[in-house]
Design a protein around this ligand. Sequence first.
Ligand code: GDP
Ligand code: ZN
Length: 292
Amino acid sequence: MTGKILKGIAGFYYVQAADGKLYECRAKGIFRNKNVKPLVGDDVDISVLDETELKGNIDKILPRKNALIRPSVANVDQALVLFSVTQPEPNLNLLDRFLVMMEVQEVPVNICFNKIDLTGDERQMELAAIYEKAGYPVYFTSTCEKQGIREIKDLVQGKTTVLAGPSGVGKSTLTNLLYPKAEMETGTISEKIQRGKHTTRHSELFGIGRDTYMMDTPGFSSMYIEDMECGCLKDYFPEFEAYEENCKFLGCVHIGEKVCGVKDAVSEGKISQNRYDNYRLLYQELKEKRRY
Ligand code: GDP
Ligand code: ZN
């Protein structure tokens, strides 16, 4: 029978199988030949060992579409990063770090700003301008007043989405709107493993509809950019590329160079100043790390 790994704890994998039930599985045998470890999000073949106790064994990991390192999850279609327009104020440096991390791993990102009931349109337009110019889809919601939720539902429908964002921005409120408790119980995951307790930092996928999965990512605020050559950072700011042909040097990093298409685009307002400033900060950070 096929299934999907929703959670892994200490050598046990919780597999939502094609029969709709959640099996507690081990992965005996699959390590022997290949050095692959099952990941949350993996589609697998399992054999049922105990029908009543719902125990099984993972026999085979089916081919992966992708495998992220942070968070550790396979077969991801997209990320949804949630910030609030205010309370707390969005930390755009943190957002840009997250975007770089996802660009490195080639995961498309959608940005959502929540709590629009607390600010005016002007702030929304400002934020939209920064990120739409960079090519990211931007959504606005108020989970309190249930604005913009339909669009988010459509966005995640039929996909596996990694949800990220700092605490206090409304992630839990949004998730509850996307999958009311009743629907979640069908997965019976809450019967098997205690959730809702913030003691574990394990990644977990939630089935929220047919072929639709969400994953809450812990540890968002402790994000640092992977060890990367500072000269490569520019490749992960997708909006730079269109202007690089106006740079004098091939491999221009758009920092100290005199004739630079990217810097021109920033002064002309075609690239957001805010994004560029964060680029410089991250560049400096990577450069300093290299010295040690
Ligand atoms: P999480 O830490 O990201 O999971 O955030 P929560 O969902 O727990 O929400 C944090 C706080 O923000 C709670 O007090 C919520 O009531 C509040 N909140 C969530 N969404 C909204 C919203 O759209 N508007 C306003 N004004 N407050 C919100
Ligand atoms: Zn340049």
